[in-house]
Ligand binder design. Sequence first.
Ligand SMILES: *Cc1c(COP(=O)(O)O)cnc(C)c1O
Length: 401
Amino acid sequence: MSLKNVMNEKGYFGDFGGSFVPPQLQKVLDTLEEKFYECIQEPEFIKELDYQFQQYVGRPNPLFHAQKLSKKLGGCKIFLKREDLNHTGSHKINNTIGQVLLAKQMGLKRIIAETGAGQHGVATATAAALFDMECIIYMGEEDTRRQSLNVYRMQLLGAKVNAVTSGTRTLKDAVDEALNDLVENYDHTYYMLGSAVGPHPYPMIVRYFQSIIGREAREQVIKQEGRLPDYVMACVGGGSNAIGLFSGFIDDAEVKIIGVEPAGHGIATGKHAATLSIGKPGVIHGFKCHVLCDEEGKPLPTHSVAAGLDYPGVGPEHSHLKESGRAQYVSVTDEEALNAFQELSRTEGIIPALESAHAIAHAMKLAPTLDKDKILIVNLSGRGDKDVAQVFEILQSRQKN
Ligand SMILES: *Cc1c(COP(=O)(O)O)cnc(C)c1O
């Protein structure tokens, strides 16, 4: 696959992306970029990646025709790309398996990563366990308390979880600590980023490993339906599951692309993370993208019922796809996502992740407006087992009130 077409030499997608980091870190990123290009031209590397995708992750996963949901919503065909059936229950493993192979190829045996809700931390610890690597996860102390089961999962998988006590004790501070570690230990350490964000070359690397979603979906829909879909859609946090699916269809002008952001309690309340819908271009965590920030450019606190969508920036390629008009970005509230969570569970026997429920919720709005012959692919980025207790609590507390 040629990456040159989607990005210019300096790691920009249109006006977005790039690398805004101190010189020491830039050197590490330059080496990473060079090694990455070497690896993906190496047939042995691709062979091993394919093997792990098949035998460990469980790919290809199905493109499932959700017939009952389709019928209920007026009849256009809704297909679900079943990333929820991957080992560990989401698309995140595609990226961590890919990057751990890259680390191995670079001769690095120590993996570090940041995590917010813990899902990327668990996927990282899983890949590190498989390849016998030392694994250190930085997590805000506040998050370790909120997500104590994920902390235990990571420890069970052999990782060390470092609770970060600086700043607000959440994701942003974990990122800072992980970057400090990298600058000190780069000669034997690999920094595993969890979404299609960060300074170049990370958005490109993550896109590369997640693009398996779009390649499979494209092949499957052609095989099953004899043609391309009319719409593809996915939820957008940092944007990795979305860019993975979209990458398979960006060059097909007839396919409409829709990213779904979390509107939280509603855009007007300020309690949301709808970065592309109302953010402004700015620099966050070393790259340029749409950012939710105040007048002085300071990142604003964000909210979503889905922890994985709660990020004040977004992958630079999404900013570009929005500005160029190739993709449309819409938003869905917590309430709509909670409804979709229950609806898909009841109708198809599939409990979606709350993140994925945002994409389902938008499909539920769009489908009734479409002709019966239309085809829609929704990325089911993960399974909802992790969210069942949270939804139970939310719905219970409402009954009491
Ligand atoms: C982490 C996560 C997301 C959000 O991350 P992206 O990089 O935007 O894909 C979405 N769905 C699930 C299930 C996740 O775990």
